[in-house]
Design a protein around this ligand. Structure first.
Ligand code: URA
Length: 434
């Protein structure tokens, strides 16, 4: 590979000139190999923030990131490799139920997931509520679990897209996390390196989303499609509403409990269940495991109702070092539980979902500094949804806290996040496919 001085590539982007495929490959290799300094990576990220990338550049950049490390090879599996990504939300525990459900229907799901970002929760943090669960298995163990169970939800290993690992760390501290081209390349390079053949991308909108405005979410979806089109990856994009908490809980062990209830046939929130089923059906149909989306949906419903998805989840957890019987496992419980009550009767008119997410972080359920420990037990339960009627004194949510002081502070935040009044809000679809 020809090498290009970092400064020349940064200057080209600073001046709005295009880089070609060979230059993108050199750039990604330079970042992954430690040749580029953090300062150079930061200057590059900021140049992209100001100048943007056209669709072809974004695609070449994505492929270059993908090629900066190991690529997972699943060619010996007897079924399609399927995956999903969500831009993150509050109470969004879809992945935990979706992976075993798709596995129970014949798909293979090696799902490389992340940790909480800002006010949004992270799948790996949730799984670590289960004692012993190994989110960083050796490659051999990961391959074995995917082959034998059909799914494994794990973290990104050091050799998978190493250029993105460095780039992301720099973006995090240089106000370039929200640059659309960098987001697209970061997400899709990891999905491509992970070997997915079909992917559902769930872009959240509304007050609890990273992209609250629908227009921004639509634009992100279009960029993703433009890159995926040339990559061999089948991509389905949906916008889903984060104007209310997804499910009834927000917080790590609380969300895992919600997923266990869903898989055991006791869903606490039909919106969550139907979203999981819709994503599963789309993946199964895209992969040719069902002749139509209706047939796929029926198959997914049966796998949920029969307990087949629950069985896959239990096997995945045990195979990755978690409890031998996750459905019999007591999850971490917070010592203080306090109901936050409605000040007057009415309907829930609006919810500041971001504020609820921040509240969970403040309780200790998320991080304020990279690498900080989190408390798996804390969070919010029995969270009300939009349009629900409440009587004066009824709970809007139950705060689960480590101590009374935290519970008091959180109660104030939760009360302020809910608007209760007389007129019901207009109904918003829970999701729609693009
Ligand atoms: N945003 C990114 O840029 N990368 C990720 O992996 C997730 C969100």
């Amino acid at each position: 590979m020809r090498s290009w001085p970092a400064a020349a590539l940064i200057r080209a982007k600073r001046e709005g000139r295009r880089l070609d495929a060979a230059q993108w490959q050199a750039l990604a290799a330079g970042i992954a190999g430690g040749v580029w300094s953090e300062g150079q990576i930061a200057a590059f990220a900021m140049a992209v923030a100001w100048r943007g990338l056209d669709a072809a550049e974004c695609r070449e950049f994505t492929f270059a990131l993908r090629d900066s490390g190991r690529r997972l090879d699943w060619r010996d599996l007897p079924g399609p490799v399927l995956d999903k990504h969500s831009t993150g939300g509050v109470g969004d525990c879809v992945s935990l139920a979706l992976a075993p459900l798709v596995a129970a229907c014949g798909g293979y799901v090696p799902m490389i997931s992340g940790r909480g970002l800002g006010h949004t929760g992270g799948t790996l943090d949730k799984l670590e509520s289960l004692p012993g669960y190994d989110v960083n298995p050796q490659p051999g163990r990961l391959a074995r679990v995917v082959r034998e169970v059909g799914c494994a939800i794990v973290g990104q290993s050091a050799d998978l897209v190493p250029a993105d690992r460095r780039l992301y760390a720099v973006r995090d501290v240089t106000a370039t996390v929200d640059v659309p081209e960098l987001i697209v390349a970061s997400i899709l390079s990891k999905k491509l390196a992970g070997g997915a053949q079909a992917l559902v991308l769930d872009i959240k909108t509304g007050s609890g989303a990273q992209t609250p405005a629908e227009a921004d979410a639509q634009a992100l979806a279009a960029r993703m499609q433009a890159v995926a089109a040339g990559s061999g990856l089948q991509l389905a994009t949906m916008l889903s509403d984060m104007g209310q908490v997804l499910g009834r809980t927000a917080g790590n062990a609380l969300e895992v409990q919600g997923v266990l209830d869903l898989l055991a046939g006791r869903p606490r929130c039909l919106r969550l269940q139907e979203l999981v089923l819709a994503q599963a059906a789309r993946l199964l149909h895209m992969a040719g495991l069902a002749a139509s989306e209706d047939a796929a949906l029926l198959r997914a419903r049966q796998a949920l109702a029969s307990g087949a998805a629950a069985e896959r989840f239990a096997r995945m957890v045990a195979a990755l070092g978690g409890p031998a019987d996750v459905f019999a496992q007591a999850l971490p419980q917070a010592p203080v539980q306090r109901a936050v009550t409605a000040p007057a009767a009415g309907v829930v008119q609006a919810i500041d979902v971001r504020a609820l997410g921040e509240c969970v972080v403040d309780l200790g359920g998320g991080r304020r500094a990279p690498g900080a420990a989190i408390d798996p037990a804390v969070g919010l339960a029995e969270v009300r949804g939009l349009g629900e009627a409440v009587q004066r004194g009824e709970a809007l949510a139950i705060v689960h806290a480590r101590n009374v002081g935290d519970a008091e502070r959180a109660s104030v935040q939760v009360r302020a996040a809910f608007a209760v009044g007389e007129v019901a809000p207009a109904a918003v679809p829970a999701w729609h496919w693009l």
